[in-house]
Design a protein around this ligand. Sequence first.
Ligand code: BES
Ligand code: MN
Ligand code: ZN
Length: 503
Amino acid sequence: MEYIVKSGTPEKQRSGCIVVGVFETRKLSTVAGQIDRVSGDAISTILRRGDLDGKSGQTLLLHNIPNLPSERVLLVGCGKEKEFSESRYREVTAKAVGALKDTGATEVTSYLTELEVKGRDIAWKIRQAVEVTESSLYRFDRMKSKPNNGKRALRRIVLAVPKRSDLPTGEQAIKEGQAVAGGVALARDLGNLPGNICTPTYLAEQAVELGKQYGLKTTVLEKEEMEKLGMGALLSVSRGSRQPPKLIVLEYHGAAEGEAPVVLVGKGLTFDAGGISIKPAANMDEMKYDMCGGASVLGAIKAAAELKLALNIVGIVPSSENLPDGDANKPGDIVTSMSGQTVEVLNTDAEGRLILSDALTYAERYKPAVVIDIATLTGACVIALGAHASGLLANNDQLAREILTAGKYTYDRAWQLPLWDDYQKQLDSNFADMANIGGREGGTITAACFLSRYTKQYKWAHLDVAGTAWKTGKEKGATGRPVPLLTQLLINRANKAEDGDKE
Ligand code: BES
Ligand code: MN
Ligand code: ZN
């Protein structure tokens, strides 16, 4: 989709469709009011007939409004004006896109960007408009034998800004929105692909492809190299699988050689059957999404490279399957991780932390500024926070705040849980340095406690995206989260570095 920004009143635009908001009950937004006036009350007359009262998400398509050079007007219900919020803004934007894609309009002009969202400026509204639009238009039909090739007319979206002086800001916001959307789409595609196609080898190939596209340094460590490095935890998980494990490393260099990188570590478990501690059959298909953390690392790096951020970034994706097999991990097995610490595998389904532990130790060699890992790690996180917030745990409060802020700005929110020492003893083992499970209580926290034993050398945060990386049910599909959060964090860091240079 092509996006451009424009300033100017609606009666001057020659567009396939002008999109404006209407609040409850039949209260015209500023721009809807302007159209009403030039058209001799055409809008208010129609509303009085009762076709739309402004409830959030309602839409009404009008044709041939008098004195308006545009072909159509789309009225979008925005709910009560007092309740208009960030989430409403996103909702009505998505609704508008849904209504527009069924029309014949090829070019539309949206004035929803001029609705007041408390605390948010035009840059935020344009960014969100692009991201929400791209997300609403996303389809995953490459596995259908007959891809839905219904033609879509919509080609170009003009986003209105209030003043001419807003145009450069708006253009930058479009660029960022498109970069984030591109990263989100990549993460969604990889997530939605089935486990028989998206294997560790496939993930590695995609990373190499991404590297070629953006001039990144890509390294894929094979089983033999992992053996040399002593990655006994990662290797133990993959032993039950016919697919070879991969440790994928991507390096983006946007800053000076010596500058410490942000290291992103993503769980790339391409199918999690649980291993010998096998999962129940219901919804097990969704465990193809167990690589979404890894996919989000590729997505965020793609977005950062697209924006040419002045930052060094390293992405590390340990990738494996977790299946039952005669050679698989057995409950009670003890494995030795690359760090030298030994782990009693009391439940083979707690495999994410095993593959991450070696990747987190491997991260040390990059002398990172910070390390953030992203993982669909615990069902307990879905119980605690549902699908709205990713779980956040960190050994550094400033980094935690930075992540919370980036998540708020992008509406890809995280919520912090405690990483107190009190929880650590739940991991005690009679036979090894630690067990890989900590009991039913505080499952998300004890999983992070496990990881914390491998991250003492640097500032570290952990995002548990088990509830946010994909949707279940009728709308089953990857969400691409937390690519928006991660990209925003990288943008903020790059901007800060730039300000520092000027000082
Ligand atoms: N990939 C799962 C976590 C998961 C489960 C995410 C359900 C989303 C929905 C992870 O590998 C896992 O199986 N975790 C176990 C840990 C337990 C054995 C301590 C879990 O959460 O049940
Ligand atoms: Mn598991
Ligand atoms: Zn898993």
